[in-house]
Design a protein around this ligand. Structure first.
Ligand code: FCB
Length: 498
């Protein structure tokens, strides 16, 4: 199926507004009398998700596996970065983290207890190709085969991600994502994985969150926190010029397109794939047709270097004009590769990138600054805006999976051994309610993966920000489901907002 992002799609979204999808009232009208015994969403609509909706949990290799030197695994840029003094809070590293590499069977049982239907995990490229290219490492592959077999036996569908930021260090030493060769190496690895695993897994996510590893890894980013500016950084921790950064972005989306082609060439018939990106979503501050249109324009432009070029096969005029002489160097053929049709789009949804209103100025939108007092979750970047869970799918109008959503919280085990994570339950309920609005309006959302199954290594925040439904004692590795796990299990059992 083609998922080319056309002007018609944006028009369709605008048309949806005309159908009354934006006023609030029709939602209440749609509450079904036949579903009276069903829980209701906060908007008053029947709160049941479509039949066959995929409920899952997500993790990534570097954050959960540990065993960084076992069975021939090569080093990744995150190993190097985490061991660089001053980079990770409290000097933490992920050498052991939550030991998923050895405890995956227990973790599959935890998933079974939750009642999840799907597990999104990532494959560590340096376990498969320890130096990024060359001879594959059979022991590395064997781990993922065992994990997938355990999942299948438990009735849980595997959704592997091929790149969740752990680039083999050997490739970084040769230029990393600044080199086009890395895009080619990624495609070779992706094709190899499709050949090796598509007999037992139907879905592959290619690359996780372009902005996070490209911009934050190669420039660093500033986020506004309670009225202050805070710098965030990821591996490899570079500070590139605009021209070089734009080229890294280009190489990353090129890798996406080449990987799609390699997966199609090597996977069994019916293998499906797409990216898992953190769509920067603009939310209309006040829901009017003008502001909705403004939010669509803003979303398209804010994602110009990533999802927009992947879906439209061109960089927007505004993107190229703003880049000027620093624009990426590319060919027409590159654009064709980058926009190789995908089967679905994964979007990680945590917060609105901006609230916008319509503006007469060129561009057509005005992002309004987040108020100093705007509430946030524990992570400094994590401003709260649950409406994003409706507007993100609404602006894609493609078959999508919510590949991540969740929040960090200051979870502690009480004297009687429980974790009452009130904020996570509030977060989850509100986001599911807005996701329900999307599915109730017929938007093609296929599933939802909660980040994360269990507490883990949260990048530069180390072990300070716990994101799990399951608490992990990082010293003893004891797993304890939090109250939010019971909430999530209930939502899955009822296939509804509860
Ligand atoms: C996302 C990352 C994921 C996790 C969550 C909290 O940006 O993809 O690995 O760290 O944030």
């Amino acid at each position: 199926m083609s998922t080319n992002f056309t002007k018609r799609d944006f028009a369709k979204a605008a048309g949806a507004a005309a159908l009354g999808m934006t006023t609030g009232a029709p939602l209440a009208d749609r509450a079904q009398t036949s579903a009276e015994s069903q829980p209701k969403s906060v908007q008053g609509a029947a709160a049941t998700f479509p039949e066959g909706f995929t409920w899952g949990v997500a993790t990534s290799a570097f954050q959960v596996e540990g065993a960084v030197k076992e069975d021939g695994r090569g080093a990744s840029i995150w190993d190097r970065y985490a061991h660089t003094p001053g980079k990770i809070r409290n000097g933490d590293n992920a050498d052991v983290t939550v030991d998923h590499y050895h405890r995956y069977k227990d973790d599959v049982r935890l998933m079974q207890d939750l009642g999840v239907k799907a597990y999104r995990f990532s494959i560590a490229w340096p376990r498969i190709f320890p130096s990024g290219i060359g001879q594959p490492n059979a022991k590395g592959l064997d781990f993922y085969r065992r994990l997938i077999d355990a999942l299948l036996e438990a009735g849980i569908e595997p959704f592997p991600t091929l790149y969740h930021w752990d680039l083999p260090q050997a490739l970084q030493d040769k230029g990393g994502w600044q080199s086009r060769d890395t895009a080619k190496a990624f495609a070779d690895y992706a094709g190899y994985m499709a050949g090796a695993l598509s007999d037992r897994t139907k879905h592959f996510f290619t690359i996780n969150e372009f902005f996070s590893f490209v911009d934050i890894g190669h420039r660093g980013a500033e986020v506004a926190v309670d009225g202050r500016k805070v710098r965030i950084e990821h591996a490899p921790g570079l500070k590139l010029s605009n021209a070089k950064l734009n080229q890294v972005r280009h190489n990353a989306v090129l890798a996406q397109g080449l990987a799609v082609q390699a997966i199609r060439a090597n996977g069994v018939a019916g293998t499906k794939c797409g990216p898992a990106d953190n769509l920067s979503t603009a939310v209309p501050a006040i829901e009017t047709p003008e502001n909705i249109k403004a939010a669509e324009i803003a979303t398209r432009e804010m994602n110009a270097g990533y999802l927009t070029v992947m879906l439209e096969g061109k960089y927007t005029d505004a993107y190229l004009t703003a880049a000027g002489n620093d624009a990426p160097k590319f060919t027409e053929d590159d654009l064709k590769i980058i926009s190789s049709p995908v089967d679905f789009i994964g979007i990680n949804v945590y917060r609105p990138a901006a609230y916008v209103v319509a503006s007469e100025r060129a561009g057509g939108f005005r992002p309004i600054p987040f108020n100093k007092s705007h509430p946030r979750m524990l992570s400094l970047w994590h401003l709260l805006g649950p409406e994003v869970m409706y507007w993100a799918p609404r602006q894609m109008i493609k078959e999508i999976y919510i590949t991540e959503n969740g929040c960090g919280a200051s979870d502690e085990i009480s004297a009687n051994g429980i974790v009452d994570d009130s904020d996570r339950i509030m977060f989850l309920r509100n986001h599911l309610a807005h996701l329900h609005r999307a599915t109730a309006e017929g938007l093609p959302v296929k599933g939802y993966f909660h980040w994360s199954l269990m507490d883990n290594f949260e990048w530069s925040d180390g072990f300070t920000n716990r994101f799990g439904l399951v608490h992990v004692d990082f010293k003893t590795q004891k797993r304890t489901p939090k109250l939010s796990a019971a909430y999530f299990r209930e939502a899955i059992a009822k296939n509804a907002v509860v």
